[in-house]
Design a binder for this molecule. Structure first.
Ligand SMILES: Cc1cc2nc3c(=O)[nH]c(=O)nc-3n(C[C@H](O)[C@H](O)[C@H](O)COP(=O)(O)OP(=O)(O)OC[C@H]3O[C@@H](n4cnc5c(N)ncnc54)[C@H](O)[C@@H]3O)c2cc1C
Length: 450
């Protein structure tokens, strides 16, 4: 958050040889570094930006805390368990189902979630309500692994008859997974998210996700991690004799940092570019196979909320979302409101201004007059939400790579495209911890061999 920026730090005096180097200071990198340091290992984390947090960062503008698009923390997901193990406590509140709407064509209906919404909505017929209630109750009770390779579209073909129910379930699955193409999404991933939600609510975090990032940074530093911001890793140095073994990291300013272990907690593209001049076949394959999930986001800070009762809306016939996060979490000054809107993007879609215009139209519909009370806005026409959708075609979460990079001894990856635990930030946190554990095992094996 700009209120308490991480000071840009130059490379400090480091031990001659570090146990591990972590590249990337988002949630994955911070989780990896803090876990390694907890086991007494010497670690340095390099983040290229001035501030930590990556896509989990928050900007403070005019007293409003802007996350990078709408962010909800799964309080019972694998990420929550990683944070608990590090002593980090996300502080926030769970949104309730009041003031939630379904937008279809020119009509706005009560969103049929919760008992009251289900009873009062005009979106579904009586038969549709029963079918919707049945499918929503069934989803979290299914075993994700058994449905990992089943496209969600086919799952719905088999279980849902009413087209209006299908639209509703797809819209809810979109919120859970962030994917536009829910038909191709792994049913196992939808079930994973639905199960996490049943075990515990999502939280909108007070002060934005930066509050989480800062707690993680403080824990990492307290345990001895050297956190260096404003410093870009340019190359992973590999000794190619004996098949390839990590020997260090070369920074953009030319500094060589010696280590036998590197965790790259960045995108698959960045990871591939850092290794063997971008020519490593395995890493290039990972880039090609990843299916990035992108969204077009418009976030607005308002002096007041024109319609305080309209807090949440989902498009039924359009892939859109609106939520007044400040109605739940501390994100805006007294009387003010912070509203997030999203248009979920298809894999190769670039709607640009058109996407933002559609979101302005959604605001006009739910919060007419918002332009008159606008304080600040954040337009993100195409932002990567997760580097990999975990599609059914790739076997869902089990189809993601890492954390170890095959054929390069000592190289590991972390991020929301890595490992088989969790989706979105859950995957980043879980794979950060898993990458650190793999480094620790490797260090243990080296010690035994010595
Ligand atoms: C609009 C939007 C909405 C979202 N909503 C949710 C949600 O509701 N729930 C949820 O769980 N998740 C959500 N997410 C996903 C979540 O934000 C991400 O999964 C998570 O923040 C990714 O963390 P990361 O550390 O893996 O990657 P990043 O945050 O991308 O961090 C990677 C870091 O590496 C740094 N880096 C890159 N290259 C180098 C280099 N060469 N040297 C040094 N540093 C480098 C980058 O600067 C960056 O800081 C959302 C994301 C977006 C964009």
């Amino acid at each position: 958050m700009t209120a308490s920026p991480s000071p840009s730090t130059r490379v400090p005096e480091l031990p001659a040889r570090l146990d591990a180097v972590v590249v990337g200071g988002g949630l994955a990198g911070l989780a990896a570094a803090a876990t390694l340091a907890t086991s007494g290992r010497t670690v340095v984390l390099f983040e290229q930006s001035r501030d930590l947090g990556g896509r989990g960062a928050t900007r403070l503008r005019d007293g409003y805390a802007f996350n990078r698009g709408a962010h909800a923390f799964y309080s019972a997901g694998p990420g929550a368990r990683v944070l608990q193990s590090l002593g980090v406590r996300p502080v926030g509140r769970a949104p309730d189902a009041n003031g939630a709407f379904a937008v279809r064509g020119a009509r706005t209906h009560t969103l049929p979630v919760g008992l009251v919404g289900m009873l009062t909505t005009g979106l579904l017929s009586l038969g549709g309500k029963l079918e919707a209630a049945r499918i929503m109750a069934a989803l979290p009770r299914l075993e994700p692994d058994a449905f990992a390779s089943l496209p969600f579209g086919r799952f719905l073909d088999e279980r849902v008859k009413d087209p209006a129910v299908r639209e509703l379930v797809c819209a809810l699955a979109r919120v859970l997974t962030y994917t536009h193409d829910v038909a191709g999404q792994s049913t196992g991933v939808v079930i994973t998210q639905a199960r996490a939600l049943e075990k515990g609510p999502v939280l909108y975090l007070d002060g934005g996700w930066q509050a989480l990032v800062e707690q993680m940074r403080d824990v990492a530093r307290a345990r001895g991690v050297h956190v260096v911001t404003g410093e870009r890793a340019a190359r992973i140095e590999i000794d190619e004799s004996n098949g390839g073994r990590v020997v260090g990291v070369r920074l953009a300013d030319g500094t060589h940092v010696a280590t036998d272990h590197v965790v790259v907690a960045a995108s698959p593209q960045v990871t591939a570019s850092l290794v063997r001049d971008g020519k490593d076949a395995t890493l290039r394959g990972w880039v090609e196979r990843a299916v990035p999930v992108r969204a077009c986001c418009l976030d607005v800070a308002l002096r007041s909320l024109p319609r305080p009762y309209a807090r949440f809306a989902l498009g039924m016939d359009r892939p859109t979302y609106l939520s007044v996060h400040s109605a739940t979490a501390a994100l805006a000054p007294d009387g003010g409101a912070l509203v997030h809107t999203i248009r979920y993007l298809a894999p190769h879609e670039s709607p640009g201004d058109e996407g933002i215009a559609e979101l302005e139209g959604l605001l006009d519909r739910l919060q007419p007059g918002w332009r008159d009370v606008l304080v600040a806005r954040q337009d993100l026409p195409s932002i990567t939400v997760t580097h990999d959708a975990a599609t059914a075609a790739r076997g869902g979460l089990a189809g993601r790579p890492g954390p170890a990079v095959p054929h390069i001894d000592g190289l590991f990856v972390a991020g929301d495209w890595v490992g088989s635990r969790g989706h979105l930030a859950d995957a980043s946190l879980a794979s950060g911890q898993d990458a650190a554990r793999s480094v620790l095992e490797h260090l243990g094996a080296l010690a035994l061999a010595a």
